[in-house]
Design a protein around this ligand. Structure first.
Ligand SMILES: Cc1cc2nc3c(=O)[nH]c(=O)nc-3n(C[C@H](O)[C@H](O)[C@H](O)COP(=O)(O)OP(=O)(O)OC[C@H]3O[C@@H](n4cnc5c(N)ncnc54)[C@H](O)[C@@H]3O)c2cc1C
Length: 424
C-alpha cells in the first residue's frame, strides 16, 4: 500500500511526515521545483540574501505546528522574544505601547494599564466573550462594534492578521479558535515566533530530510494534471511524467490549493479566493537588531501592519491587501518605508533597496459564506482524502490550519488501513 500525496506545501508535508514516521510508503508529487508552497524562501539577487515569500508569524500555542516542528526536529529553528510581548506603534500619533498577556488562563494583564491597549478599560476586553459565542453567519464587525480604541488597535489588526480579511467581511466564528488556542491560554501560548533564518530552513528542509531518510519518494516539477476514475475510486494520476496507476489498496491525499482541487475533482465545492498579502523586504545598511535577535512590531495608522526586524532585514506585512497589490512595487516600497523608518526611530533614514512580493492568492476569503464551502477530509471517492488550509479544519487559513489538515488526513489513512486489516 502506498499513499500518493499531491502538493508539498505544509499540509502535504505534514501528512507525509506523519505517515512516513509510522512506516507507511509515501510518494509526494510537487508541481514546483521546490517544496513549501505558499510558505517558501528563495535567494534574492538584488538584495543579496535569502528572503521568504512572506513573513510568517506562528504562536507558541499553535499545537499542530509545534508538534510538526518537534516531529521534524526543528522547534529550535523558530525564534522570537523570550516572553509574549507585542510592541505596537501608532504611526499617525507616534504613540507606542506594549501588549503583554500574563501567564495562566486568568487574564490579569487587562487590569494593568501598562500592559493593555492605551485608552481601554478592563471591561472593554469582555468583547472577547462575544467573539467566543459568535454564530456561523456573523462577521467580526457585527459582534464587536467598531469605533473604540480596542477595536482599532487590537481587534482590527488581529482579525486582519489572522484571517487576511477585514473585520467587515471576516467570519467571527474563525476568531474563536485563535482566542481559545492562544490568547486565552495565557502568555505561554501566545509568544510570537518566526523562522530564525528563513521558512525553508525552519519548516521545509528538515521535513524533506526526514522524508528522504524514511525512504519517501519526492517528485519535484511533477504536476498532477487530471485523475481518471473507476466507479468510486481514482484509478490513475495523469502527471507531467506520464500516467501513474493508483493500485487497489493505495490512497491519494490531495493537498493542492483549493483552486487546483476544484479542477481535479468534478463537483467539489471550495471556498473562493480571498485577498492578496503584500510583503516588502528592505535590506538595511546596518543591523537593526543584535545578531540572532528578532523584533516584531504591530503598526496602526499607516500602510504597514507588521514590521519584522531581523538582522539587516526589515520586512513589512500588509494583509487584506487587495487594492494595495494593484499599485506598483516602487510606490508600495516608498509608502511603507515611512512606517519602517518610524519603527526604527530613524525618520530621516533614506529608503534602502527593497523587494516587494505580492501573493495574490494568499488565502481563501475567510467570510461566513466561504466557511460553508470548506470540504472535510473524506470525499465521496473511496481512496481520496483532502488536505490544505482551505479544508474544514475549523481554523483560519494559516500554517496551523494547513498542518492540522495534513495530520487529519494522515490519521484518516491510518483508520482506513486499520479497518482493512480488521476486515481481511
Ligand atoms: C504572503 C503570505 C503570508 C502568510 N502569513 C502567514 C502567517 O504569518 N502565519 C500563518 O500561519 N500563515 C500565513 N500564511 C498562510 C500559510 O502560508 C498557508 O496557510 C499555508 O502555507 C498553506 O499550506 P498548504 O499546504 O495548505 O497550501 P500550499 O502552500 O498552497 O501548498 C500546495 C502545494 O501544492 C502544489 N501544487 C499545486 N497544484 C499542484 C498539482 N496539480 N500537482 C502537484 N502539486 C501541486 C503547490 O505548488 C504547493 O506547493 C501566509 C501566506 C502568504 C501567501
Amino acid at each position: 500500500m502506498r499513499v500518493h500525496i499531491i502538493g508539498a506545501g505544509l499540509a502535504g508535508l505534514a501528512a507525509a511526515v506523519h505517515l512516513a514516521k509510522s512506516g507507511t510508503k509515501v510518494r509526494l508529487y510537487e508541481a514546483a521545483p521546490r517544496a513549501g508552497g505558499r510558505c517558501r524562501s528563495y535567494h534574492d539577487a538584488q538584495l543579496g540574501c535569502t528572503i521568504d515569500n512572506g513573513n510568517h508569524l506562528l504562536m507558541s500555542g499553535n499545537q499542530s505546528a509545534m508538534a510538526y516542528l518537534d516531529a521534524i526536529g526543528a522547534r529550535d529553528r523558530l525564534a522570537g522574544p523570550a516572553s509574549a510581548d507585542y510592541p505596537f506603534l501608532d504611526v499617525a500619533t507616534g504613540a507606542r505601547w506594549n501588549l503583554r498577556p500574563s501567564r495562566g488562563r486568568i487574564p490579569w494583564w487587562i487590569l494593568d494599564a501598562e500592559r493593555r491597549v492605551p485608552g481601554t478599560t478592563p471591561a472593554s476586553y469582555l468583547s472577547a466573550l462575544r467573539l467566543l459565542q459568535a454564530q456561523a453567519h456573523e462577521i467580526v464587525a457585527d459582534v464587536i462594534a467598531p469605533g473604540t480604541p480596542l477595536y482599532r488597535n487590537f481587534w482590527e489588526p488581529l482579525t486582519v492578521a489572522a484571517l487576511n480579511t477585514v473585520p467587515e467581511h471576516a467570519a467571527a466564528a474563525l476568531m474563536r479558535p485563535v482566542l481559545l488556542e492562544t490568547f486565552l491560554k495565557g502568555a505561554d501560548a501566545c509568544k510570537p515566533l518566526i523562522a530564525r533564518t528563513n521558512l525553508a530552513d525552519a519548516l521545509v528542509d528538515p521535513a524533506l530530510a526526514l522524508l528522504d531518510a524514511a525512504g519517501a519518494e519526492i517528485r519535484f516539477g511533477c504536476r498532477i494534471r487530471a485523475f481518471t476514475f473507476a466507479a468510486d475510486r481514482i484509478e490513475t494520476l495523469e502527471s507531467d511524467d506520464g500516467p501513474v496507476p493508483v493500485e487497489a489498496d493505495d490512497i491519494v491525499i490531495l493537498a493542492a490549493p483549493a483552486w487546483v482541487a476544484e479542477t481535479l475533482i468534478p463537483g467539489l465545492t471550495v471556498p473562493p479566493p480571498g485577498e492578496a498579502i503584500v510583503n516588502v523586504h528592505y535590506r538595511l545598511p546596518a543591523l537593526a537588531t543584535r545578531p540572532g535577535d528578532i523584533k516584531i512590531v504591530g503598526i496602526v495608522g499607516g500602510l504597514a501592519q507588521w514590521v519584522f526586524l531581523h538582522g539587516e532585514l526589515a520586512s513589512v506585512t500588509i494583509s487584506a491587501a487587495g487594492a494595495i497589490a494593484e499599485e506598483s512595487a516602487e510606490s508600495i516600497a516608498t509608502r511603507c518605508w515611512n512606517d519602517v523608518a518610524l519603527t526604527l526611530d530613524e525618520p530621516a533614514m533614506p529608503e534602502p533597496a527593497a523587494r516587494v512580493i505580492k501573493e495574490k492568492r494568499a488565502t481563501f476569503a475567510q467570510t461566513p459564506q466561504a466557511l460553508t464551502l470548506r470540504p472535510g477530509t473524506a470525499t465521496r471517492l473511496a481512496n481520496l482524502l483532502l488536505a490544505g488550509d482551505w479544508t474544514a479544519t475549523g481554523l483560519p487559513a494559516t500554517i496551523e490550519g494547513a498542518v492540522r489538515s495534513g495530520e487529519r488526513a494522515a490519521d484518516a489513512v491510518k483508520r482506513m488501513t486499520a479497518r482493512r486489516t480488521k476486515a481481511a
